[in-house]
Design a protein around this ligand. Sequence first.
Ligand code: BGC
Ligand code: NOJ
Length: 816
Amino acid sequence: MRFGFFDDPNLEYVITRPDTPLPWINYMGMENYFGIISNTAGGYSFYKDARLRRLTRYRYNNAPLDEGGRYVYLRDNAAPLPAYWSASWQPVREALDAYECRHGLGYTTITAEKSGIRSRITYFIPLKDNLEIWRLEITNLRDVAADVSIFSAVEFCLWDAMDDATNFQRNLNIGEVEVEDGIIYHKTEYRERRNHFAYFACSEPLTGFDTSREAFLGPYRGWDKPLAVEHGQCGNSIAHGWQPVGVNHNRIVLSPGETRVVIYLLGYHENDENAKFDPKGSNTIDKTTVRPAIDRYRQPAVVEEAFNTLGSYWRELLSKFQVETPELHANRMVNIWNTYQIMVTYNFSRSASYFESGIGRGMGFRDSTQDLLGFVHLLPEKARMRLLDLAATQLPDGGAYHQYQPMTKLGNHDIGGNFSDDPLWLVLATAAYLKETGDWTILDESVPFDNKAGTEAPLFEHLRRSMQYTLDRIGPHGLPLIGRADWNDCLNLNSFSDTPGQSFQTVTAKDGKVAESVFVAALFILAAREMEQIASRLGKQADVEYYARYRAQFEDAIDTAGWDGAWFRRAYDDFGLPVGSFENEEGQIFIEPQGMCVMAGIGIEDGRAEKALDAVAEHLAFQHGIVLLYPAFKRYHLSMGEISSYPPGYKENGSVFCHSNPWIMIAETRIGRGDHALDYYLRINPSAREDLSDIHRCEPYVYAQTIGGKESATPGLAKNSWLTGTAAWNFVAITQWIMGIRPAYDGLIVNPVIPASWSGFKAVRYFRGTRYDIEVKREGPGNRVTLFVDGNKCEENMIPLPVDQPDMIMVNVVIG
Ligand code: BGC
Ligand code: NOJ
């Protein structure tokens, strides 16, 4: 069952009924001001940091779902009894005669019709300014005049979202607002330590306003039945403490057929510390620097231009890589939605979504480094900055803070470090950046450790220490020690947590000198290959040999201790016993080492790779994807940690943990099985699952982190959509390995491993300033590649870097 449809030419997903199984959300903002918005206008806004600078309130986990948003109430003033509804269905939930939500790239448009009044609101954030625009177009479809009241409403958050949700004894006292020239200003704490405030403005003269929530809603009423809307009149209330809101009331009369545009602006502004007040010495906000933006964006023509600029920005970004394959779901995801989701993960890492509160986690080290693999071709400049920011949170021993706050860019002490995989991703991300851009200067950038002045070292030295972090922590089987966790945050082999409420990731009961990770050994091998390549291009021969030596050592360790007979083992626990082995009762086979070991090239020559991937097909794959492990843990194992705390088939305990599925797709291409790779790709591709929307429940236009596994009570049910490494990795799997278009240090590789049924495909990809027009034709059933560059046959599968910089290169590929 579906709840909408894809409108590919307009780059939109169109939702045709408001009661989707979950709020289906979208993101707005690209620079500093951001917002999330659902298909019924729920969501919130923030400046830079969803925790520290939250502008509006949102109530997670509430009933009804999705409370708090950007609400517009419409009231028919001529109706005999009070008649009002929401232009986005929520929060009033009055049945509408027509409803449609279009989620586009960086904007959302919601159309509603009721009793001959049509509203269409487009919400978006212009590229450069710190505000969001709600452009309301209201039309009278009746053949008589319509007397309509419009109430637009937001509830302000008192900035720090954590404090806002917990510290009521203070917060109910501090709320402050100003209303001047019909503009509502939210200025809590501005009088003393803050120099920023929010505002809510409107292009039309106000009939009235409210800034006190209780005055607007009425005592003991909810957002679904505001008293002011029922009465058709605001009380011009001024909030003193309690809950400050911004409500504009506009009463308008529309003649038959008339359309009116009303613009609302919700914005954030900072004043200079010394120019906060006007007059000086008062407590009144100095508005001189904020008014120009407000006055400008109140003009419909300016709004239209900003909206068009946003559209061009996205079209331009998408144009960097466009494909045309026989598979609609691949085209749609690669060309539009997967790319878009990757940009969202770039902006938000794992901080703010419908499933991430914006409070709990900032920017993850391993998360952001992997996200970069997906967006580096789109915004190399931003990738460069991100790499340097991440490296600056690295510790001198090469380890890394697991997370940092986007506002301060400082490592998060609550969670700390010692996640064994974190530093290695920095190497892989930097390698991806080098291959994409050829910008070797980044390796000389001077970057501090732990953001401490005086500790600076070139980025290349950070990479070395990343590698050394693993080498300094090797366990009894010659494999890397697992630390608090490796990529799988829930495989906590040193935690032994038995106290409710403890964080499995931060509690360590063991000395950590026994439990080891096969996965990290394979990850190290991948990273070592890149270090060898990088060092050899820098002429650092000793480094090349050093990493080659340890790479070989880990290859041996995996051979002797990592192979279980029919698949790769996952780890060794604190007792030195294998995890992910046929010897285990539960958790006999895990997905991660099958993917990562084959990606690292292990077992490809001797048939173990094929065996391992056959075992994946047999034990882990089912119709909704590939589960993380099998059999799932049915009871809690003190020595395994959080993984066995989840009910079977959920999250890390045997759901389809989508992030790890593309590793298997890539591994399948490594052994030449394009059919298998694409099959797995389609099982979790959200667009390909659109028909299952009633089962899948999450948005059909973006990947979710997890899909209920075969042992769960709800196989196929997705959760935790949007902010997941799944976005970047699926993009890498389909474009770089199945389609085989892969940047390398010295050129662009084209080495497709596509299904037998594909007759070929076309792609346009920009690479180091040149447009590559690639056309692949299948002439036989195999994967052998013959490559022609501008008509000339190439000896390898790689297009060497051109000597001059041509605008365009034509690439013809024959496979068979
Ligand atoms: C989740 C993991 C996540 C971790 C982050 C766990 O509860 O299951 O997916 O990585 O929390 O702290
Ligand atoms: C989600 C986390 O964000 C990511 O860092 C981790 O690798 C996966 N969960 C697996 O546990």
